[in-house]
Design a binder for this molecule. Structure first.
Ligand code: ATP
Ligand code: LTN
Length: 338
């Protein structure tokens, strides 16, 4: 570790391997990670322990966890500059997760919108893990003493709960945890489904036309954007108005995030052209952004030995950091040192 690494601020985040990564996961989270790589000391992981709060097929979970790692790297996360690891490889997550369960209130957990959404979607499997999930997420975060947690808008509530739990713990035992800040992108924090602009684009969406996956081929991306739901207004002009025109606003958000153009520039570009020209242009821009990522991910995925070397080194580095925090916590709460 050089001197710079020691003094850099820390960034940490994770994504569950519960489905194939989408344009939402990229624009809401991963792109932010990549853009800030050099500025921070970075920890990014595959949240496999979180994903089993919803029933998973074991072979698919294993495959998706490795695919997700290949996609992280293909998106631009250099394993030399980022600690990339699999959550279940670092046992401190489960250990601190249990401790923090005892410092997280039933009422707090009951207010989590993700719990309400997911329990509505999985009525036959509303398990304890789904409910206490934010305590494990708090452990994921607090173990690494990060300054920032880069996530999409939907995860803000969990990061806020993490701050409350950390403050509660610090209030009893002294300054054990750094209080982290959520870090949410200005454009792309909430990408909506292409087939239903009132719901979030999500990996586990049953409708494959609503989500654009990082591994989609350019022709599939084009097709999805051409079919994207726009609005039934008669105006049919490209104007940013999320209330009246949520479908168009969503496409503008996506176009802005991938091209860097402002909403005003986009409105000017498509002045008098209507949706017929706008939708394929967004499709093209997204397809071109994702093409190199897809190709690189496929290449990396074929090299199993390389992937293994990345996650092994990642687990070692992450464990070192995580165990330091865990030891401190165990001591503070009165566990006998072994
Ligand atoms: P699932 O469908 O399994 O719940 P998801 O697709 O909703 O998954 P997550 O794994 O919950 O995605 O999220 C991964 C990261 O990407 C999080 O930081 C989340 O905030 C962000 N993210 C996910 N979907 C979107 C979206 N549609 N827009 C912006 N950010 C998103
Ligand atoms: N809950 C997050 C995934 C996640 C996470 C984390 C994100 C698990 N642990 C720690 C940031 C920090 C999700 O569902 N997207």
């Amino acid at each position: 570790m050089d001197e710079n690494t020691v003094t850099k601020k820390i960034m940490l985040s994770g994504i569950q391997p519960s489905g194939d990564l989408t344009l939402g996961s990229y624009l809401g989270a991963i792109k932010n990670w990549v853009d800030r790589t050099d500025e921070f000391d970075n920890y990014y992981f595959m949240a496999d322990m979180h994903s089993i709060t919803v029933r998973q097929d074991p072979a698919a979970l294993r495959r998706r966890t490795l695919e997700q790692l290949a996609q992280y790297i293909a998106c631009g996360l250099d394993p030399e500059k980022n600690t990339l690891f699999i959550q279940s490889h670092v046992s401190a997550h489960a250990q601190l997760g249990w401790v923090l369960n005892c410092y997280t209130m039933f009422g707090e957990l009951s207010r989590m919108t993700q719990f309400k959404d997911k329990s509505a979607k999985n009525k036959d499997n509303i398990n304890g893990g789904l409910f206490t999930y934010p305590a494990l997420m708090a452990a994921d975060i607090l173990l690494y003493q990060p300054d920032y947690v880069p996530v999409g808008e939907d995860q803000k509530q969990h990061v806020e709960l993490t701050r409350n739990v950390a403050q509660r713990f610090n209030g009893i035992y002294g300054d054990v945890f750094k209080i982290p800040e959520p870090y949410i992108p200005k454009v792309g924090a909430r990408i909506m489904s292409l087939s239903d602009p009132t719901s979030k684009m999500s990996k586990s969406d049953k409708d494959p036309n609503g989500s654009v996956y990082l591994m989609d081929k350019p022709e599939d991306i084009q097709r999805k954007f051409k079919r994207a739901v726009t609005d039934s207004d008669t105006e049919r002009c490209v104007r940013y108005d999320p209330q009246a025109k949520p479908g168009v606003a969503n496409l503008m958000t996506i176009y802005s995030a991938v091209t860097g153009r402002t909403f005003a520039e986009i409105e000017a570009e498509f002045e008098g052209k209507g949706y017929g020209a706008f939708k394929p242009a967004v499709g093209d821009a997204v397809a071109e952004t994702l093409r190199p990522i897809r190709e690189e991910a496929q290449r990396i995925l074929a090299d199993k030995a390389y992937l293994e070397s990345v996650y092994k080194a990642g687990a070692e580095k992450a464990s070192y950091m995580a165990n330091k925090t865990l030891r401190k916590v165990y001591k503070k709460i009165g566990f006998v040192a072994r």
